[in-house]
Design a protein around this ligand. Sequence first.
Ligand code: 2AM
Ligand code: CA
Length: 267
Amino acid sequence: MPTSAIINVMTQAARYAGRRLARDFGEVEQLQVSVKGPSDFVSAADRRAEEIIHDELAKARPNYGFLMEERGTVEGKDPTHRWIVDPLDGTTNFLHGIPLFCTSIALERNGEIVAGIIYNPVSDELFTAERGQGAHLNEKRIRVATRSSLENCVIATGVPHRGRGNHDIFLSECRAMMSRAAGIRRTGSAALDLAWVAAGRFDGYWERGLAAWDIAAGIIVVREAGGFVSDLDTRKPPLDTGDIVAGNERILNEIRNIANSAAKKES
Ligand code: 2AM
Ligand code: CA
């Protein structure tokens, strides 16, 4: 299937930013020993990547608006289209020289996500999805895993950060999941977690307290891979609540039930 114009635009922006991020990532290790540490350098790398993506997307579609991690909301002349961009998801990994990070770009049309891409420049893995067209990894069709029993499943999650989220609820969810799943994984990048669910590497994923740019692209990639995505506790869109669960329909429901009863015990 030929790649559409919009996926090409998004891919080009992510690849340009990725080239820069990969180069900066190579320098992070040199900086680990400097007095100031690499965190200022990483913030600068993040901003540079965002600028590259902003400029590429604005050149291709001058009227579209933006929601970006660093800049926040940028209104466009066209109120029906908005890019949702995380230039560097997995910042802590990047800072520590762990090669698990990515760029995430989604396109929203009239409030609905219609296209998404997630690009890991280190592994050169490009996950793409467009509404109704399926999901692809480096142009090969991907599908969510079909395992139906949690005891055979590898489930990804995100650990709430210091000073954020409810740590007791997370620990309670994790304890319940540990006794049910084959294994639990934590990558540190919500966008990659969703991409890996779409590719069938993870059977499911849950995390609380995320921002729209962490998950916008991942949501359409999972859905186009035949998977399901929802809020953890309500029927509201996960893009609005930031509490997300993904997987095939059966595994999603299992994770949801486990998380709900664990959360109830803690509240
Ligand atoms: P980031 O790398 O762009 O910050 C990891 O569990 C996920 O949480 C990542 O997608 C990470 O995105 C996101 N995240 C949200 N808030 C964060 C914070 N305060 N510190 C670190 N990661 C955060
Ligand atoms: Ca992020």
